[in-house]
Design a protein around this ligand. Structure first.
Ligand SMILES: N[C@@H](CCC(=O)N[C@@H](CS)C(=O)NCC(=O)O)C(=O)O
Length: 202
């Protein structure tokens, strides 16, 4: 398997599950924003030149959530997914998809407005609105974690690779976690995993 990857990106989600499952993979490493991500050779693999992309034999996939679900279906033997007839399953689906549906949109705006745009093109009102929205999304995760260690219960699931990772990205972007103490503990729990650390430092 070959993973097209950049540090501090959603490609860490894929490296993380690959590490947790003990699968062998090769890494093609980009730096975020690197010009070669938009060159024809890579655009032939990912049509908008982003990461992650996974190549597994003849199968090529982009879109991190789809890649995580593919790896689970093919290689996890039931690990990290509650049985579909268990009460936890619906909650698992919800928190798996909460990352791209709810947390990443304001993160995207914050990254554009605070990192990618030249200072003279940034709009303060967009930054404020995205920060407010992101906090709202994170309060819901904080509340959900009031009575459990992981998003769906006492066991880690693949929702952690998605929404757990999005929570970590939020903190790294400078979101104040002081009023979200459950997230502080949660982040420590996830970041202390060897698989997460290896995945983050490719
Ligand atoms: N929804 C896509 C988003 C992919 C995406 O936007 N990746 C970002 C990194 S987190 C990227 O490659 N950015 C580089 C760029 O836009 O040049 C996924 O989850 O895979």
């Amino acid at each position: 398997m070959k993973l097209y990857y950049a540090r501090e990106s959603r490609a860490v989600r894929v490296a993380w599950i690959l590490e947790e499952l003990g699968l062998e993979y090769e890494v093609h490493k980009f730096s975020l924003g690197e010009r070669s991500m938009r060159e024809p050779e890579y655009l032939a693999l990912h049509p908008v030149g982003r990461v992650p992309t996974l190549q597994d034999g003849d199968i090529r996939l982009f879109e991190s959530g789809a890649i995580v679900q593919y790896l689970l279906a093919k290689y996890s033997n039931g690990r990290f997914v509650p049985p579909s007839d268990s009460p936890a399953f619906a909650s698992y689906l919800q928190w798996f998809h909460y990352a791209e549906g709810m947390i990443m949109p304001p993160i995207n705006t914050l990254v554009v407005e605070t990192v990618l745009l030249a200072p003279e093109r940034r709009t303060e009102v967009n930054v404020k609105r995205a920060g407010k929205l992101l906090n709202q999304m994170l309060y819901a995760v904080n509340e959900n974690l009031a009575d459990k260690d992981y998003l769906v219960g006492s066991e880690m699931t693949a929702a952690e690779f998605m929404t757990g990772h999005a929570v970590i990205m939020s903190q790294r972007l400078g979101i104040d976690m002081a009023d979200k103490p459950n997230l502080v503990d949660y982040i420590t729990r996830l970041e202390s995993r060897d698989a997460f650390q290896t995945a983050s430092n490719k």
